[in-house]
Design a protein around this ligand. Structure first.
Ligand SMILES: Cc1cc2nc3c(=O)[nH]c(=O)nc-3n(C[C@H](O)[C@H](O)[C@H](O)COP(=O)(O)OP(=O)(O)OC[C@H]3O[C@@H](n4cnc5c(N)ncnc54)[C@H](O)[C@@H]3O)c2cc1C
Length: 455
């Protein structure tokens, strides 16, 4: 990059990294599947510095990849063609919680765990939670419209977003801060930038809605003989348990892998097959009786383990949360985070292994997800990183079942080829028009979200 001296002037020499060893962690994605070549990483400490960096890059038409915690799972946060990496993690301040309004303003690089902590200190809670909470950032979760473990109760990241500050592709700063919960004055830029995956602007700050805490929690791990029974139970729980906070889903193979990888005891020692639901209820008073009654009313439960104290609850959650890491131990997975109508969940789970096996007989398929939302994380290990025949076949199956090729991770670079399976030509044309309006020179995350245009 010939404008490195200019970038150094803006952020100081300590915050321009160029040495391959120093930039390695910024160039490779969390799954290990995507790795960019040598490049420069710039780490602004203020919004003005971020704006000056973008302006400098715009003037030389230098492409930029915005990066938060680099926990994204679709290869969107790494510089695959040697783009400049704009790392936002030094922008990590969280303002005092607005206790009266139930909102907080946080910098883009603040970790979700830090936002959760700040909210809790002020007697509130943040509605988004995900296993990558210690590294995933406010900006990254907005850019990907992250879902996670509490979507069922509080909605996705977009549902928490009240206002935003961002740097446009020409270096201008736009802000809707301080934000009002009600403000119906035209295009809502926070909503538009949410889910834009760094292609329209660089988010530098956000105003987030907080929710009342639900400090009393109980969880139960349920085993069912079939996925059909588990899916039916997830629907029944949504109807029958007002304090329901999460219904997570996994299968025997994933559970066995987690137990083996992390040397955990099996929850039901005798069980060798099944579909599992991890159910959590949360309320301002102890929900255990309601949870127990709701579980008792379910059909097809083969085994139950209930956790009433936080220690046992954390132990049950580990079986679900350690799936992602355990699968990564097997090898870099192809991660196909899809959604189908809940009524089609069991069919998807039944058909995917056969679809994978027909193409790659030695590959392994791991399935888990957020059952009540119809969101299944299909992970396939044992595939070449560039061989996407399995991805193609699975996405087509998902589309046939009326589903989406991305439930919560976004499109990134991994799925952009298949965007037409999820969006109509008219929608994609509108996307392209927005991209051109916001980023006419195409410098912001050029290899993400939109498929290459046909020539
Ligand atoms: C163990 C594990 C569990 C996970 N669980 C979930 C889950 O339950 N639900 C879920 O939705 N995701 C989950 N993820 C995926 C990931 O954590 C989310 O996508 C998260 O939102 C990424 O945040 P990040 O700060 O790491 O962003 P990055 O990975 O750094 O970036 C992700 C995308 O956002 C863009 N971006 C980042 N910061 C900015 C910014 N300030 N302005 C503009 N664009 C920006 C990047 O260019 C990239 O396209 C999980 C990941 C891991 C590793």
């Amino acid at each position: 990059v010939n404008d490195r001296a200019r970038l150094t002037e803006i952020v100081g020499p300590a915050n321009v990294l160029a040495d391959d060893d120093m930039t390695a962690g910024y160039r490779q994605d969390w799954t290990g599947r995507f790795l960019g070549p040598s490049t420069v990483v710039v780490r602004p400490g203020t919004t003005d510095e971020a704006a000056a960096v973008i302006k400098a890059c715009a003037e030389t038409s230098t492409p930029v990849v915005p990066q938060g915690g680099n926990t994204g799972l679709v290869g969107g946060s790494v510089p695959l063609s040697g783009e400049v990496v704009l790392s936002l993690t030094r922008l990590n301040r969280i303002e005092p919680v607005d206790a009266a309004g139930g909102q907080v303003t946080a910098d883009a690089g603040a970790a979700i765990a830090a936002v959760q902590h700040a909210a809790a200190q002020a007697g509130w809670a943040y509605g988004v939670d995900l296993a990558s909470r210690d590294s995933a950032t406010v900006g990254g979760t907005i850019a990907t419209n992250a879902g996670g473990l509490r979507v069922l109760r509080y909605g996705d990241t977009r549902a928490q977003l009240v206002g935003i500050e961002a740097v446009l592709a020409n270096g201008d700063i736009v802000t809707s801060l301080p934000a009002l919960f009600r403000n119906n004055t035209g295009y809502h830029l926070p909503s538009l930038l949410c889910g834009s995956e760094g292609t329209l602007a660089v988010i530098t700050k956000a105003r987030l809605r907080l929710v009342p805490p639900a400090p009393h929690k109980s969880a139960a791990l349920l085993r069912f003989a079939t996925t059909d029974d588990a899916a039916a139970a997830a629907g029944q729980l949504r109807r029958g348990l007002a304090s329901l906070a999460a219904v997570e889903f996994f299968l025997q193979a994933g559970l066995d892998l987690v137990c083996e990888t992390f040397a955990l005891a099996h929850p039901f020692a005798a069980a060798t097959e099944g579909a599992y639901l991890l159910v959590e209820a949360a309320s301002d008073r102890d929900p255990i009786e309601h949870l127990a009654a709701a579980v008792n009313a379910l059909d097809g439960v083969a085994d139950v383990a209930v956790a009433t104290d936080s220690h046992t609850r954390a132990a049950l959650w580990r079986y679900r949360e350690l799936h992602t890491e355990s699968i990564n131990h097997v090898g870099p997975p192809h991660k196909l985070d899809v959604a189908v109508p809940v009524a089609a969940l069991a069919e998807l789970v039944a058909r995917v292994p056969g679809v994978v096996h027909a193409i790659a007989p030695t590959a392994k398929t791991w399935l888990f997800g957020h059952a009540a939302d119809g969101n299944v994380h299909i992970n396939v290990t044992g595939l070449d990183p560039d061989d996407d025949r399995v991805d193609d076949a699975v996405f087509r199956l998902v589309a046939d079942l009326g589903g989406s090729i991305s439930a919560e991770h976004g499109i990134g670079t991994a799925k952009r080829r298949w965007l037409p399976l999820a969006r109509t030509p008219a929608e994609i044309a509108a996307f392209r028009a927005l991209k051109r309006a916001f980023d006419p020179a195409g410098i912001l995350n050029p290899h993400v979200l939109l498929p290459d245009e046909r020539r």
